[in-house]
Ligand binder design. Structure first.
Ligand SMILES: [Zn+2]
Length: 317
């Protein structure tokens, strides 16, 4: 796939997209056509799908907590869908962001302006404030503009935070240096549901934002740690894609480990990135190759993860 097509696939990021030799101004989706679909995951936990990252919602007598909020133009539709569940008339009291990318935090300003409190890991606030370059350290590159004040989380945490609402201890836990350096996974223990953010996605090889402190090893370590603390029958909401099982997460982890080992082996044999691409060293995992991240861009991602230093914001648990 050429880089302009890839830029189109990346269109959930705001701002100007640049990759390789071409730059493309993002084409705004037609927001009026986007429909928000809510499905019950378990008990009072719902999954909302529209455009951008999946939303998890705890809807109950105390009000509503959502995890991620897609894009600003969709906020009214999201509110309407939550109201249509006819469980509560109370508002969205808290929004928890899984990481700073615009397809997960774009709705922060309208939700904050409507009275919701935005919660996120420390590095989410820092990166939203400063903006900068996101990307895989190679040909996937995106400029992110500094966010407006209303987009900023007003409660931040370093390691973890718990929201006690609707009879559940909703826990956000930081996983450092995975998809970015500010990732949180959100656990709903009573309902046996987890939202894994973009540390687990269903569109194939994952985008890992090495330029924002992410790394493939950190992502694999985080996913492995999460698996170890989740019950076998947990319902998994991925950052993108369909509701999943722990077995789906295990298969994804295996792919992360095996592809990393393949690039590591090629590195040990002093191969260049160009040689790795030419020899198609990720060929055995071709079924994971997607429109967003293909074999070549995932080789770059792993190579840059293994050879670069992580970003300056990285803190370890
Ligand atoms: Zn992301």
């Amino acid at each position: 796939m050429n880089c302009c097509l890839r830029a189109f696939a990346l269109s959930w990021f705001s701002g100007v997209l640049a990759c390789g030799t071409c730059t493309a101004q993002e084409k705004e989706p037609d927001w009026s056509k986007v429909q928000i679909k809510a499905s019950q995951v378990s008990g009072n936990i719902y999954m909302l799908e529209g455009q951008g990252g999946n939303i998890a919602a705890s809807v109950g007598e105390d009000g509503i907590v959502i995890v991620d909020d897609e894009f600003a133009p969709l906020a009214e539709k999201i509110q309407a869908v939550l109201k249509d569940l006819k469980i509560t008339d109370k508002p969205v009291r808290f929004v928890i962001n899984t990481h700073y990318h615009g397809d997960h935090t774009g709705g922060n300003p309208p939700f904050a302006n409507a009275g919701s409190t935005i919660i996120a890991q420390d590095n989410v606030r820092k990166r939203l404030m400063t903006g900068g370059t996101a990307g895989n350290g190679g040909s996937v590159k995106m400029q992110v503009k500094p966010a407006e004040k209303a987009a900023l989380p007003i409660i931040t945490f370093e390691h973890d935070v718990t929201v006690h609402l609707n009879g559940e201890d909703i826990r956000a836990l930081h996983f450092p240096a995975g998809h970015t350096d500010g990732d949180a996974m959100i656990f709903f223990p009573k309902n046996n549901v987890v939202h894994m953010g973009d540390d687990f996605v269903r569109y194939g090889f994952p985008f890992i934002d090495v330029a924002s402190g992410g790394s493939v090893q950190g992502m694999a370590d985080g996913v492995e740690k999460a698996i170890a603390q989740l019950p076998a029958d947990v319902k998994v909401i991925p950052g993108h894609g369909q509701l999943s099982t722990l077995d789906d997460v295990r298969a994804y982890l295996r792919m992360l480990r095996d592809t990393t080992a393949a690039v590591q082996q090629a590195l040990a044999a002093h191969k260049t990135v160009a040689q790795m691409k030419q020899e198609k060293i990720l060929g055995p995992w071709a079924k994971w190759s997607g429109d967003f991240v293909n074999q070549d861009t995932f080789i770059e991602t792993i190579y840059n993860s293994l050879t670069n230093h992580p970003g300056p914001f990285v803190k370890h648990n």
